[in-house]
Each structure stands twice: as structure tokens, then as C-alpha cells.
Design a protein around this ligand. Sequence first.
Ligand code: DC
Length: 221
Amino acid sequence: MTNPIITIDGPTASGKGTVAQRVAHALQFHYLDSGALYRLTALSALREKLALEDEQAIACIASHLPCHFKGEQIWLDKEEVSDVIRAEEVGNAASKIAVFPGIRKALYSLQRSFSKPPGLVADGRDMGTVVFPLADLKIYLTASVDARAERRFKQLISKGFTANIDDLVKDLAERDARDKNRSIAPLKPAQDAYILDTSHLTVEQTVMEVLQQYSAISVKK
Ligand code: DC
């Protein structure tokens, strides 16, 4: 029997990270934050002063990424970088390197290695469409750009970064366009995804909805 997998995809700041972590916690499943892997790769590339178009060199970094996850902490080699990778500069660099097929492919096996018993909740852009196409439940979270900018603003301020709402709206719109229009693994709902607009939902309501969807399919099996 294969391990159950729930994928939660959606645009940046749609709340998928928080929702996925809570769903994983409720079900006692493992959790994969695939965006963190793109951010870690981007951070390494920035630190090594590589051009963000250098697909080959960055794919090489991605295939040997010395990362590990300890609870909520994210480590790159011997350094805890959980907050450092959340900076907008790193997020934008992650979105830029994520357009390259070689870099995406270099991260596939690392992402798939997170699928272990008793199950996995994976969040990202292409979890349901490319990385785990046979997932048991696929969720696609959306929210308006304004709702997402406000959430990202609060998240950045709480981590001690400075932020400006207008810049965030512009950044999010640009990042959405890049994530949706790239030729490989563009951000889009899987054909069999359940689409959930969270603009007017709390995190708790969204988590409940995902858990209900999961128990509905578990009952059918
Ligand atoms: O989810 P996030 O904001 O941490 O992701 C940062 C960037 O990484 C995002 O703009 C695009 C890229 N990404 C991706 O292309 N595919 C994924 N599965 C996850 C993230």
C-alpha cells in the first residue's frame, strides 16, 4: 500500500504553508514545504554570487542541497536559515530560478523522498500536477492579490522585516505572472484539484475544509 499524500498548491501568500502544516499536524503526517527548497537553492546561489540565469551551476547546487528540517526549523548545512529564506529578495530569486527545467528536475527526488508513512502533506506550485500526480487529495488554494498582500505584510512585520503594502501588491502580481506563465510546471490547479478561495476564510476554516475533503475520500476508499 502506498502512503497517503495530500497536495496543497497555490500562489504565493495564499496561506498554503500555514494550512498545510496544520493539516499535517492534525493527521500526524509529514510535511513538505517545497517552496523552502527553491528558497534554499536561491539563497545558496545568491551567496555564491551566481547569475540567477546560470541554470547548470544552480541545478548542481539543487541536486546536492545540504538542507535538513528539524520541526519548524530549516537548516542549510550548519546554519539555521528559517527566517533568512523568508526575505522578499530570496523569494524573488527563488521564483526566478524556478523557471529553469534543470533546476526543477534537480529537486524532484529530494521532494519525493519526503513521502513516508504514515503520510505526507506537500505544499507548493506543482505538487499535484508534477511531483505527486497520484496524490490522494489535491487542493488548490487561491485568494485575491490584496488579501495575500495583507497576509504577507503581517508575516514580514512579525519576522522583523520592513514592508510596504503597495510594493507587496506589485511584487505578488509579478511573481504570480512568472509562476503561471513559465513553460515548465506552471502554477495551475491539477485537473482533479479541489479549488478553495480563502480570501474570506480564516486559517481554521480552511484547515477544516481540507480535513473534511480528506475524510470524505477516506470514507469512499
Ligand atoms: O511558496 P514560496 O513563496 O516559498 O515559493 C518561492 C518560489 O519558489 C515561488 O515563487 C516559485 C517557486 N516554487 C516553485 O516553482 N514550485 C514549487 N513547488 C514551490 C515553489
